[in-house]
Ligand binder design. Sequence first.
Ligand SMILES: Cc1cc2nc3c(=O)[nH]c(=O)nc-3n(C[C@H](O)[C@H](O)[C@H](O)COP(=O)(O)OP(=O)(O)OC[C@H]3O[C@@H](n4cnc5c(N)ncnc54)[C@H](O)[C@@H]3O)c2cc1C
Length: 321
Amino acid sequence: MSVLIFIDQAEGHVKKSSLEAMSYGAKIANQLNTTAEGVILGSAAEDLTALGKYGVQKIHHVNNETLNHFDAQVYTKVIAQVVEAAGSAVIIFSNNMDGKAIAPRLSARLKAGLVSGAVALPDINNGFIVKKNVFSGKAFANIAVDTPVKIISLNANAYKIVEGEGTAEVALFTATVDAPKVKVTSTSKASGEIPLTEAEIVVSAGRGLKGPENWGMVEDLAKVLHAATACSRPVADAHWRPHNEHVGQTGFAIAPNLYIAIGISGAIQHLAGVNRSKVIVVINKDPEAPFFKAADYGIVGDAFEIVPKMTEAIKKMRGVA
Ligand SMILES: Cc1cc2nc3c(=O)[nH]c(=O)nc-3n(C[C@H](O)[C@H](O)[C@H](O)COP(=O)(O)OP(=O)(O)OC[C@H]3O[C@@H](n4cnc5c(N)ncnc54)[C@H](O)[C@@H]3O)c2cc1C
Protein backbone atom coordinates (compact mmCIF):
# COMPACT_ATOMS: atom_id res chain seq x y z
CA MET A 1 0.00 0.00 0.00
CA SER A 2 1.58 3.25 -1.11
CA VAL A 3 0.66 6.81 -2.03
CA LEU A 4 1.23 7.35 -5.76
CA ILE A 5 1.70 10.84 -7.19
CA PHE A 6 1.30 11.59 -10.89
CA ILE A 7 4.22 13.79 -11.94
CA ASP A 8 3.29 16.14 -14.75
CA GLN A 9 5.87 17.47 -17.18
CA ALA A 10 5.94 20.28 -19.70
CA GLU A 11 8.73 19.98 -22.28
CA GLY A 12 10.74 17.62 -20.10
CA HIS A 13 10.43 19.74 -16.95
CA VAL A 14 8.41 18.83 -13.91
CA LYS A 15 5.63 21.36 -13.33
CA LYS A 16 5.44 23.39 -10.14
CA SER A 17 1.98 21.92 -9.47
CA SER A 18 3.60 18.47 -9.36
CA LEU A 19 6.12 19.65 -6.77
CA GLU A 20 3.10 20.69 -4.67
CA ALA A 21 1.42 17.31 -5.36
CA MET A 22 4.58 15.43 -4.32
CA SER A 23 4.92 17.42 -1.10
CA TYR A 24 1.23 16.82 -0.36
CA GLY A 25 1.40 13.11 -1.22
CA ALA A 26 4.54 12.66 0.88
CA LYS A 27 2.78 14.14 3.90
CA ILE A 28 -0.20 11.81 3.41
CA ALA A 29 2.17 8.85 3.11
CA ASN A 30 3.77 9.95 6.33
CA GLN A 31 0.37 10.16 8.04
CA LEU A 32 -0.54 6.68 6.75
CA ASN A 33 2.88 5.30 7.66
CA THR A 34 3.60 4.22 4.12
CA THR A 35 5.80 5.23 1.17
CA ALA A 36 5.29 8.05 -1.32
CA GLU A 37 5.99 7.06 -4.90
CA GLY A 38 5.79 9.00 -8.14
CA VAL A 39 4.83 7.99 -11.65
CA ILE A 40 6.21 9.83 -14.66
CA LEU A 41 5.30 9.08 -18.27
CA GLY A 42 7.39 9.66 -21.37
CA SER A 43 10.94 10.97 -21.73
CA ALA A 44 12.32 12.99 -18.86
CA ALA A 45 15.05 15.58 -19.33
CA GLU A 46 15.55 16.11 -15.61
CA ASP A 47 17.42 13.98 -13.12
CA LEU A 48 14.47 12.18 -11.57
CA THR A 49 16.42 11.00 -8.54
CA ALA A 50 16.54 14.66 -7.41
CA LEU A 51 12.76 14.63 -6.97
CA GLY A 52 13.41 12.72 -3.77
CA LYS A 53 13.79 16.07 -2.04
CA TYR A 54 10.03 16.55 -2.40
CA GLY A 55 9.43 13.43 -0.33
CA VAL A 56 9.01 10.65 -2.92
CA GLN A 57 11.06 7.56 -2.20
CA LYS A 58 10.58 5.85 -5.57
CA ILE A 59 9.65 6.94 -9.08
CA HIS A 60 8.09 4.60 -11.63
CA HIS A 61 9.30 5.88 -14.99
CA VAL A 62 7.40 4.64 -18.04
CA ASN A 63 9.91 5.76 -20.62
CA ASN A 64 7.90 5.12 -23.77
CA GLU A 65 7.96 7.61 -26.67
CA THR A 66 4.22 7.32 -27.32
CA LEU A 67 3.72 8.94 -23.93
CA ASN A 68 5.59 12.09 -24.95
CA HIS A 69 2.23 13.26 -26.33
CA PHE A 70 -0.51 13.58 -23.77
CA ASP A 71 -3.52 11.37 -24.34
CA ALA A 72 -5.87 10.96 -21.38
CA GLN A 73 -7.11 7.50 -22.38
CA VAL A 74 -3.62 6.11 -22.97
CA TYR A 75 -2.25 7.74 -19.80
CA THR A 76 -5.13 6.37 -17.71
CA LYS A 77 -4.48 2.78 -18.77
CA VAL A 78 -0.75 3.09 -18.10
CA ILE A 79 -1.24 4.66 -14.67
CA ALA A 80 -3.76 1.92 -13.80
CA GLN A 81 -1.02 -0.67 -14.48
CA VAL A 82 1.40 1.18 -12.21
CA VAL A 83 -1.26 1.45 -9.48
CA GLU A 84 -1.82 -2.27 -9.63
CA ALA A 85 1.88 -3.14 -9.57
CA ALA A 86 2.72 -0.67 -6.81
CA GLY A 87 -0.37 -1.55 -4.76
CA SER A 88 -1.23 2.12 -4.40
CA ALA A 89 -4.08 2.98 -2.06
CA VAL A 90 -4.08 6.75 -2.54
CA ILE A 91 -3.38 8.43 -5.87
CA ILE A 92 -2.66 12.15 -6.15
CA PHE A 93 -3.02 14.38 -9.20
CA SER A 94 -2.73 18.13 -9.64
CA ASN A 95 -6.15 19.59 -10.38
CA ASN A 96 -4.94 20.97 -13.71
CA MET A 97 -5.88 20.14 -17.31
CA ASP A 98 -4.08 16.78 -17.28
CA GLY A 99 -5.30 15.82 -13.81
CA LYS A 100 -8.87 16.77 -14.71
CA ALA A 101 -8.68 14.56 -17.78
CA ILE A 102 -7.08 11.51 -16.14
CA ALA A 103 -8.39 11.37 -12.55
CA PRO A 104 -12.10 10.78 -13.39
CA ARG A 105 -11.17 8.13 -15.99
CA LEU A 106 -8.92 6.36 -13.49
CA SER A 107 -11.62 6.63 -10.84
CA ALA A 108 -14.11 4.84 -13.13
CA ARG A 109 -11.54 2.22 -14.13
CA LEU A 110 -10.44 1.41 -10.56
CA LYS A 111 -13.85 2.01 -8.96
CA ALA A 112 -12.02 4.47 -6.72
CA GLY A 113 -13.61 7.39 -4.88
CA LEU A 114 -12.38 10.71 -6.27
CA VAL A 115 -12.23 14.14 -4.66
CA SER A 116 -11.30 16.78 -7.20
CA GLY A 117 -9.95 20.15 -6.15
CA ALA A 118 -8.76 19.27 -2.62
CA VAL A 119 -7.54 22.23 -0.57
CA ALA A 120 -6.12 20.51 2.53
CA LEU A 121 -4.62 17.30 3.80
CA PRO A 122 -7.17 14.53 4.40
CA ASP A 123 -8.40 13.99 7.92
CA ILE A 124 -7.53 10.35 8.57
CA ASN A 125 -8.52 10.24 12.23
CA ASN A 126 -12.09 9.39 11.44
CA GLY A 127 -12.09 7.59 8.11
CA PHE A 128 -10.64 9.50 5.18
CA ILE A 129 -12.17 12.95 4.80
CA VAL A 130 -11.00 15.42 2.16
CA LYS A 131 -11.83 19.12 2.15
CA LYS A 132 -12.59 20.83 -1.16
CA ASN A 133 -14.04 24.07 -2.51
CA VAL A 134 -17.63 24.01 -3.73
CA PHE A 135 -20.01 26.58 -5.26
CA SER A 136 -17.22 28.33 -7.15
CA GLY A 137 -15.12 28.73 -4.03
CA LYS A 138 -17.94 30.19 -1.89
CA ALA A 139 -18.03 27.22 0.48
CA PHE A 140 -16.14 24.11 1.53
CA ALA A 141 -17.32 20.50 1.57
CA ASN A 142 -15.75 17.67 3.53
CA ILE A 143 -15.99 14.49 1.51
CA ALA A 144 -15.63 11.06 3.12
CA VAL A 145 -14.01 8.54 0.77
CA ASP A 146 -14.53 4.93 1.77
CA THR A 147 -13.41 3.00 -1.31
CA PRO A 148 -10.25 0.88 -0.92
CA VAL A 149 -8.44 3.02 -3.55
CA LYS A 150 -8.80 6.77 -3.18
CA ILE A 151 -7.97 9.49 -5.71
CA ILE A 152 -7.40 13.16 -4.89
CA SER A 153 -6.65 16.02 -7.24
CA LEU A 154 -5.02 18.95 -5.49
CA ASN A 155 -5.83 22.58 -6.27
CA ALA A 156 -2.91 24.76 -7.32
CA ASN A 157 -1.33 26.71 -4.46
CA ALA A 158 -3.38 24.81 -1.87
CA TYR A 159 -0.32 23.08 -0.40
CA LYS A 160 3.16 24.53 -0.02
CA ILE A 161 6.13 22.90 -1.71
CA VAL A 162 8.24 21.21 0.97
CA GLU A 163 11.85 20.77 -0.06
CA GLY A 164 14.08 18.56 2.05
CA GLU A 165 16.96 16.17 1.57
CA GLY A 166 17.03 12.81 -0.13
CA THR A 167 17.01 11.14 -3.50
CA ALA A 168 14.44 8.92 -5.11
CA GLU A 169 15.03 5.47 -6.53
CA VAL A 170 14.07 5.50 -10.22
CA ALA A 171 12.57 2.24 -11.49
CA LEU A 172 11.84 1.79 -15.19
CA PHE A 173 8.32 0.43 -15.57
CA THR A 174 7.38 -1.51 -18.67
CA ALA A 175 3.73 -0.99 -19.43
CA THR A 176 1.41 -1.96 -22.23
CA VAL A 177 0.93 1.33 -24.08
CA ASP A 178 -2.01 1.56 -26.50
CA ALA A 179 -1.77 3.52 -29.71
CA PRO A 180 -3.72 6.78 -29.21
CA LYS A 181 -7.16 6.84 -30.85
CA VAL A 182 -6.72 10.47 -31.81
CA LYS A 183 -3.72 11.92 -33.59
CA VAL A 184 -2.41 15.43 -32.94
CA THR A 185 -1.51 16.77 -36.36
CA SER A 186 -0.08 20.10 -35.26
CA THR A 187 0.32 22.24 -32.18
CA SER A 188 1.01 25.94 -31.84
CA LYS A 189 2.60 27.35 -28.78
CA ALA A 190 1.98 30.78 -27.31
CA SER A 191 5.60 31.90 -27.17
CA GLY A 192 7.45 34.13 -24.75
CA GLU A 193 4.69 34.10 -22.14
CA ILE A 194 4.59 32.86 -18.57
CA PRO A 195 1.97 30.07 -18.44
CA LEU A 196 -1.10 31.49 -16.74
CA THR A 197 -1.88 28.51 -14.54
CA GLU A 198 1.70 28.32 -13.21
CA ALA A 199 2.26 32.06 -12.73
CA GLU A 200 3.02 33.52 -9.29
CA ILE A 201 1.73 36.93 -10.38
CA VAL A 202 -1.09 37.64 -12.84
CA VAL A 203 -2.04 41.02 -14.28
CA SER A 204 -5.56 40.86 -15.64
CA ALA A 205 -7.80 43.38 -17.38
CA GLY A 206 -11.39 43.71 -18.42
CA ARG A 207 -13.82 45.72 -20.48
CA GLY A 208 -12.82 48.86 -18.59
CA LEU A 209 -9.83 49.06 -20.93
CA LYS A 210 -12.17 49.99 -23.79
CA GLY A 211 -10.32 48.15 -26.56
CA PRO A 212 -7.42 45.85 -27.50
CA GLU A 213 -5.25 48.82 -28.50
CA ASN A 214 -4.93 49.71 -24.80
CA TRP A 215 -3.36 46.45 -23.65
CA GLY A 216 0.18 47.78 -23.99
CA MET A 217 0.06 49.21 -20.47
CA VAL A 218 -1.16 45.86 -19.08
CA GLU A 219 1.69 44.05 -20.80
CA ASP A 220 4.20 46.63 -19.56
CA LEU A 221 3.06 46.13 -15.97
CA ALA A 222 3.11 42.34 -16.40
CA LYS A 223 6.61 42.49 -17.85
CA VAL A 224 8.08 44.51 -15.01
CA LEU A 225 6.44 42.16 -12.47
CA HIS A 226 7.43 38.99 -14.40
CA ALA A 227 3.72 38.21 -14.46
CA ALA A 228 1.36 36.38 -16.79
CA THR A 229 -1.52 38.29 -18.38
CA ALA A 230 -5.19 37.35 -18.10
CA CYS A 231 -8.57 38.85 -18.98
CA SER A 232 -12.29 38.69 -18.31
CA ARG A 233 -14.56 36.67 -20.56
CA PRO A 234 -16.13 39.51 -22.58
CA VAL A 235 -12.63 40.63 -23.49
CA ALA A 236 -11.81 37.19 -24.91
CA ASP A 237 -15.27 36.89 -26.53
CA ALA A 238 -14.67 40.19 -28.31
CA HIS A 239 -11.27 38.86 -29.49
CA TRP A 240 -9.43 41.68 -27.74
CA ARG A 241 -7.30 38.96 -26.13
CA PRO A 242 -6.88 35.21 -26.83
CA HIS A 243 -9.18 32.76 -25.08
CA ASN A 244 -6.22 31.13 -23.30
CA GLU A 245 -6.13 34.27 -21.11
CA HIS A 246 -9.80 34.07 -20.06
CA VAL A 247 -10.19 33.38 -16.34
CA GLY A 248 -13.33 32.57 -14.41
CA GLN A 249 -16.07 30.01 -14.16
CA THR A 250 -15.89 29.21 -17.87
CA GLY A 251 -12.18 29.92 -18.26
CA PHE A 252 -9.06 29.03 -16.30
CA ALA A 253 -9.23 28.82 -12.51
CA ILE A 254 -6.02 30.24 -11.12
CA ALA A 255 -4.51 30.77 -7.68
CA PRO A 256 -1.47 33.04 -8.01
CA ASN A 257 0.20 34.75 -5.07
CA LEU A 258 -0.84 38.13 -6.53
CA TYR A 259 -3.76 38.91 -8.86
CA ILE A 260 -4.08 42.45 -10.17
CA ALA A 261 -7.48 43.16 -11.71
CA ILE A 262 -7.71 46.27 -13.88
CA GLY A 263 -11.07 47.55 -15.11
CA ILE A 264 -12.87 44.34 -14.17
CA SER A 265 -16.22 44.65 -12.36
CA GLY A 266 -15.86 41.46 -10.31
CA ALA A 267 -18.88 39.47 -11.47
CA ILE A 268 -19.38 36.22 -9.57
CA GLN A 269 -18.43 34.21 -12.66
CA HIS A 270 -15.10 36.04 -12.86
CA LEU A 271 -14.42 35.68 -9.13
CA ALA A 272 -15.04 31.93 -9.38
CA GLY A 273 -11.78 31.60 -11.27
CA VAL A 274 -9.59 33.94 -9.23
CA ASN A 275 -10.86 34.01 -5.67
CA ARG A 276 -8.22 31.52 -4.50
CA SER A 277 -5.48 34.07 -5.28
CA LYS A 278 -3.45 34.85 -2.16
CA VAL A 279 -3.57 38.66 -2.59
CA ILE A 280 -6.01 40.50 -4.85
CA VAL A 281 -5.44 44.11 -5.96
CA VAL A 282 -8.34 45.83 -7.74
CA ILE A 283 -8.06 48.97 -9.85
CA ASN A 284 -11.47 50.35 -10.83
CA LYS A 285 -12.88 53.83 -11.30
CA ASP A 286 -16.21 52.84 -9.74
CA PRO A 287 -15.94 52.70 -5.91
CA GLU A 288 -19.07 50.50 -5.90
CA ALA A 289 -17.55 47.85 -8.19
CA PRO A 290 -18.27 44.43 -6.59
CA PHE A 291 -14.64 43.37 -7.00
CA PHE A 292 -13.61 45.67 -4.13
CA LYS A 293 -15.44 43.34 -1.70
CA ALA A 294 -13.06 40.53 -2.67
CA ALA A 295 -9.96 42.74 -2.77
CA ASP A 296 -7.09 42.86 -0.28
CA TYR A 297 -6.06 46.23 -1.72
CA GLY A 298 -8.20 48.52 -3.82
CA ILE A 299 -7.34 51.58 -5.88
CA VAL A 300 -10.29 53.74 -6.95
CA GLY A 301 -9.37 55.63 -10.08
CA ASP A 302 -8.79 55.67 -13.79
CA ALA A 303 -6.69 52.70 -14.92
CA PHE A 304 -5.23 54.80 -17.73
CA GLU A 305 -3.59 57.07 -15.13
CA ILE A 306 -2.82 54.51 -12.43
CA VAL A 307 -1.34 51.57 -14.35
CA PRO A 308 1.48 53.49 -16.14
CA LYS A 309 2.36 55.18 -12.82
CA MET A 310 2.49 51.80 -11.08
CA THR A 311 4.74 50.40 -13.79
CA GLU A 312 7.10 53.38 -13.53
CA ALA A 313 7.19 53.13 -9.73
CA ILE A 314 7.99 49.40 -9.84
CA LYS A 315 10.67 49.99 -12.49
CA LYS A 316 12.26 52.61 -10.23
CA MET A 317 12.08 50.31 -7.22
CA ARG A 318 13.77 47.53 -9.19
CA GLY A 319 16.28 49.84 -10.79
CA VAL A 320 15.02 49.00 -14.31
CA ALA A 321 15.49 51.69 -16.96
C1 LIG B 1 -22.73 31.40 -17.50
C2 LIG B 1 -21.78 32.54 -17.44
C3 LIG B 1 -20.42 32.28 -17.33
C4 LIG B 1 -19.51 33.35 -17.29
N1 LIG B 1 -18.17 33.06 -17.15
C5 LIG B 1 -17.31 34.09 -17.03
C6 LIG B 1 -15.91 33.84 -16.81
O1 LIG B 1 -15.45 32.69 -16.78
N2 LIG B 1 -15.08 34.89 -16.66
C7 LIG B 1 -15.53 36.19 -16.71
O2 LIG B 1 -14.71 37.12 -16.56
N3 LIG B 1 -16.85 36.44 -16.91
C8 LIG B 1 -17.74 35.45 -17.08
N4 LIG B 1 -19.03 35.73 -17.31
C9 LIG B 1 -19.43 37.13 -17.55
C10 LIG B 1 -19.59 37.91 -16.24
O3 LIG B 1 -20.90 37.75 -15.77
C11 LIG B 1 -19.33 39.41 -16.49
O4 LIG B 1 -20.21 39.87 -17.51
C12 LIG B 1 -17.92 39.73 -16.91
O5 LIG B 1 -17.00 39.16 -16.00
C13 LIG B 1 -17.71 41.24 -16.95
O6 LIG B 1 -16.47 41.52 -17.50
P1 LIG B 1 -15.71 42.87 -17.15
O7 LIG B 1 -15.64 43.02 -15.68
O8 LIG B 1 -14.47 42.90 -17.96
O9 LIG B 1 -16.69 43.98 -17.79
P2 LIG B 1 -17.72 44.97 -17.12
O10 LIG B 1 -18.72 44.27 -16.30
O11 LIG B 1 -18.23 45.81 -18.25
O12 LIG B 1 -16.83 45.84 -16.14
C14 LIG B 1 -15.90 46.79 -16.56
C15 LIG B 1 -15.38 47.48 -15.30
O13 LIG B 1 -14.38 48.39 -15.67
C16 LIG B 1 -14.50 49.56 -14.87
N5 LIG B 1 -13.90 50.66 -15.63
C17 LIG B 1 -14.36 51.28 -16.75
N6 LIG B 1 -13.49 52.21 -17.15
C18 LIG B 1 -12.45 52.17 -16.28
C19 LIG B 1 -11.24 52.92 -16.17
N7 LIG B 1 -10.92 53.85 -17.08
N8 LIG B 1 -10.41 52.64 -15.15
C20 LIG B 1 -10.73 51.69 -14.22
N9 LIG B 1 -11.86 50.97 -14.29
C21 LIG B 1 -12.71 51.21 -15.30
C22 LIG B 1 -15.99 49.71 -14.67
O14 LIG B 1 -16.26 50.49 -13.49
C23 LIG B 1 -16.44 48.27 -14.53
O15 LIG B 1 -16.44 47.87 -13.18
C24 LIG B 1 -19.97 34.69 -17.36
C25 LIG B 1 -21.35 34.92 -17.46
C26 LIG B 1 -22.24 33.88 -17.52
C27 LIG B 1 -23.70 34.18 -17.60
